[in-house]
Design a protein around this ligand. Structure first.
Ligand SMILES: *Cc1c(COP(=O)(O)O)cnc(C)c1O
Length: 454
């Protein structure tokens, strides 16, 4: 306390501070630095000006010399004009909703780039007139799900469900099991979403048991469709009974299946996870699914099924409000037609090679004096897919204090922050490698070294 008062009153110090303040270069002078002129073309004037202001402030406070303002401003420039920061997902949750769910493949990123300017999304270049919007993407989706007579794409799966309910069941009834009234997350509940369309929910069965007879007894003149919802983020175990799509398909009204996670065909790693092709073959008339869960593409809602139903949905006025943009169409087509998506690669990664990667990185870090060791872990699918399924994985175990530093990201690549997000368990920070592509191992090691030395 006393020292603080003396510092403020020290006349020599105050003169020094005034002198530094006087020498801090003016904003227009700093902005004329060629590096900052180039940066303004890339980032816009406001972001560059913010970096200059921060550097001037540091000089006024005496943290840097007045002559270093331009250098400090250049060093403090953001990598790009979005505040979204790239994250390495080392949480061990393959589809992390808060981290943007599925990471796109290189092919999908390339497709995004190509479609970013003007593109023939709704134009036929061969005749020079309007063409069917997103036809290449729709063809790729139809090819991936042979059992679908027709396909459509909307903004997300919630939009797909809303469009189905609005165009098929507004003012009518949707019959649904009490065991399948799911909350998607962040407080959003599927029953509320359905009722917001003007459809009435006719709940049947109990939380743990619903039979085909329950659905059959509820069918009446007002029934629009039977809805089967995949309980994608929880499991009901014990004394349970669930009806199959095949049983419902025989009851004389359309069956809509919300399968959620977006597997288009059966996946050997997730034998209990429903897929679109099997649901349609079993007799579902319409299937809805997400594009950015197990399919591994951009956020999108997939609608697959009978030509008549899909046409009714896509001709409804609401369809225009839910339609996807060219970027989504581009990334989705590349996900469908291109190489294995990162989510699929993470799902099938070999546990032994994950362990070897963790051991290699941990021993490299330990050799530098960092408290790092390899450890086997259990990863999860997450993001509304395969609840209860665990995948054997491996992690680098570190002191928990590093968690916040790694999340802050700054040290990894100067000017291009990348955050590393792990999970803290039993007093250790675990960087789980199942969701991390092997080419990111070096980035993680560099981030840990920087974090531990900072
Ligand atoms: C994830 C999920 C939704 C919501 O999908 P979004 O693409 O996030 O809108 C709806 N239903 C089920 C069964 C889901 O798993």
């Amino acid at each position: 306390m006393v020292a603080l008062v003396e510092t403020w009153d020290d006349p020599r110090r105050r003169a020094g501070a005034d002198e530094a303040r006087r020498l801090v270069p003016r904003t227009d002078v700093v902005l004329a630095d060629p590096r900052l002129v180039t940066a303004q073309q890339r980032l816009g004037r406001d972001l560059v000006k913010d970096a200059v202001s921060r550097a001037q402030e540091a000089a006024r406070a005496g943290r840097i010399p007045p002559g270093a303002v331009a250098d400090a401003a250049v060093a403090g420039l953001p990598a790009r004009s979005t505040t979204l920061i790239p994250v390495i997902n080392a949480t061990g949750v393959l589809l992390h909703t808060n981290l943007g769910r599925a990471p796109l493949s290189a092919a999908a990123r390339d497709a995004l780039q190509a479609a970013a300017g003007c593109t023939d999304v709704e134009f036929d270049l061969s005749v020079g007139a309007r063409g069917r919007r997103g036809r290449g993407t729709l063809a790729a989706l139809a090819a991936a799900v042979p059992a679908a007579e027709a396909v459509a794409v909307v903004n997300n799966n919630a939009a797909a469900v809303v469009l189905a309910a609005t165009s098929l069941a507004s003012g009518k009834e949707i019959v649904v099991s009490r065991g399948e009234l799911i909350e998607i997350g962040d407080g959003f509940r599927l029953p509320d979403l359905l009722e917001s369309t003007g459809a009435r929910l006719r709940e049947v069965g109990t939380t743990n048991r619903t039979t085909a007879a329950d659905y059959r007894d509820a069918i009446g003149p007002d029934t629009a469709f039977l809805l089967k919802v995949h309980t994608s983020n929880y499991r009901i175990e014990g004394f349970t009974a669930e009806t199959t799509i095949a049983e419902l398909a025989g009851l004389g009204v359309p069956v809509v299946a919300d399968i959620g996670s977006g597997l288009l065909a059966p996946n050997a790693v997730l034998p209990d996870e429903p897929d679109a092709d099997s649901a349609l073959r079993a007799g579902a008339n319409l299937v809805t699914a997400s594009g950015d869960k197990l399919l591994g593409g951009p956020q999108a809602g997939l609608l697959l099924g009978s030509g008549e139903l899909v046409r009714r949905l896509t001709r409804h006025p609401l369809a225009r409000a839910l339609r996807v943009d060219k970027l989504t169409l581009a990334a989705l087509e590349a996900t469908l037609a291109g190489p294995l998506a990162p989510v699929a690669a993470a799902l099938t990664a070999d546990a032994n090679s994950l362990k070897q990667r963790a051991e290699r990185m941990a021993s490299q870090l330990a050799a530098l004096g960092i408290d790092a060791r390899a450890q086997t872990t259990q990863a999860a699918v997450g993001g509304g897919g395969a609840p209860g399924v665990t995948l054997p994985s491996a992690a680098i175990s570190l002191p928990p204090e590093l968690a916040a530093v790694l999340r802050a990201g700054e040290p990894v690549r100067r000017g291009d922050a990348i955050a590393v997000v792990g999970r803290v368990a039993s007093g250790r920070l675990l960087l789980d490698l199942r969701a991390v592509p092997a080419q990111d191992d070096e980035l993680i090691s560099a981030a840990v070294i920087a974090a531990a030395s900072g």
